[in-house]
Design a protein around this ligand. Structure first.
Ligand SMILES: *Cc1c(COP(=O)(O)O)cnc(C)c1O
Length: 367
């Protein structure tokens, strides 16, 4: 059994994907070829935003977002401590200071109450200037953007949605990628929408940000890439990856339905035994991961491993516990929920090609 089965997906989509790759090989425009623009149009239409701008990976997407927002040294950027390293890494990479926030116990996403506490504390200290929030759609569930948008507005902060895991999710019919001032995603192969290498994208309704992002991703280009009006990066999505993504995006809505069917079966079978993931009313998750919380994690993981059922821990180390951030702060506020989650979560096989027999095998081990 595979934790995420990219092989099964390729087998299913093979003829379509092969054909698309072949047409790139035939026209030979490997960098910023026509498939890149076609994909950007399809992505913008799917997410429901004015601009989709592809780039080299999800980490660069976040870095480009912070560049467009003008984040710099002396700025405080708030982000959850329970996330993948890249969310916090890009803040430090921009020479700003990450201020970590505890999690909501039920959704695993950034706790809005704790966020406001930490914004107030940063303002009181008067050393850093609060500038932005990066919220994460952890495991596929959009963060609480209706409340986050209120907090951002109240304190005059920019809001970035890190939808690396959230692509496909929704709140009240509005798609992940459409929240905040700028949203980002990743096409790393194992994400809900993945390519066959590295890839990423940014989403925004703001024309100015879109222009800046298109410039920053190609060496700060002006008229062309030999007219450089600012210092940028080299962060383009390969044409071949765009071609693959065009075919995968066509299949994505059907895959999204299957992911939700599988998640619902997990939940109805396991909700009496575990803390199962909560999807609040009017929210939809893309189920990048199906994650359980239990004090007996080691025992369960061992039991599944013996029967060749793969499980993973996302994440066993919070950002405030990472060696790279040791020098950062005197943390006088604690992170009880995030630390508990890091000690108690583990994730089950989850992908749209999981057969009902395979899922039943997983579930039988819990009975
Ligand atoms: C995967 C991921 C990223 C980074 O994406 P890459 O394409 O691997 O650079 C950023 N944030 C979160 C929450 C992620 O899961």
């Amino acid at each position: 059994m595979n934790f995420i089965d990219l092989e099964a997906q390729y087998k299913y989509l093979k003829s379509r994907i092969d054909k698309r790759i072949q047409s790139v090989l035939t026209h030979g425009c490997y960098i910023m070829g026509p498939e890149v623009q076609e994909l950007e149009e399809e992505l913008a239409a799917y997410v429901g935003v004015k601009h989709a701008i592809t780039c080299a990976n999800g980490t660069d997407a976040l870095t480009l977002a912070l560049m467009a927002l003008g984040i710099k040294e002396g700025d405080a950027v708030f982000c959850p401590t329970f996330t993948f390293f890249a969310t916090a890494e890009v803040i430090a990479f921009a020479n700003a200071t990450p201020v970590f926030v505890d999690s909501n116990e039920e959704t695993f996403n950034i706790c809005v109450v704790d966020l406001e506490l930490r914004i107030k504390k940063t303002l009181e200290e008067g050393i850093l200037i609060p500038k932005a929030i990066i919220a994460v759609d952890l495991f596929g569930l959009p963060a609480n953007y209706p409340e986050l948008e209120e907090v951002a507005k109240k304190y005059g902060l920019k809001l970035v949605e890190d939808a690396a895991q959230g692509f496909g999710g929704e709140i009240e019919g509005k798609k992940a990628g459409a929240f905040g001032d700028i949203a980002t995603t990743s096409f790393f192969p194992a994400k809900p929408l993945g390519c066959y290498g590295d890839g990423g994208a940014l989403f925004t309704d703001n024309d100015e940000y879109a222009e800046l992002l298109k410039s920053y991703r190609v060496h700060g280009k002006g008229r062309d890439k030999y007219d450089n009006v600012r210092v940028g990066m080299n962060s383009r999505l390969d044409t071949i990856q765009a071609a693959i993504l065009l075919e995968k995006l066509k299949e994505f809505p059907q895959e999204f339905v299957k992911r939700n069917e599988i998640a619902n079966i997990y939940t109805s079978s396991l909700e009496n035994k575990f803390n199962v993931p909560l999807v609040p009313e009017r929210f939809l998750s893309s189920w990048a991961q199906y994650t359980l919380v239990t004090e007996r994690r080691d025992e369960w993981m061992q039991k599944l491993r013996i029967e060749s059922v793969p499980t993973m821990i996302y994440y066993s180390t919070c950002m405030h516990q990472q060696s790279a951030f040791k020098s950062l702060a005197s943390y006088d506020l604690s992170f009880p929920i995030a630390e508990k989650l890091s000690e108690q979560v583990f994730s089950l096989p989850m992908h749209p090609y999981l057969t009902s027999e395979a899922q039943q095998k997983v579930l039988n081990l819990f009975s």
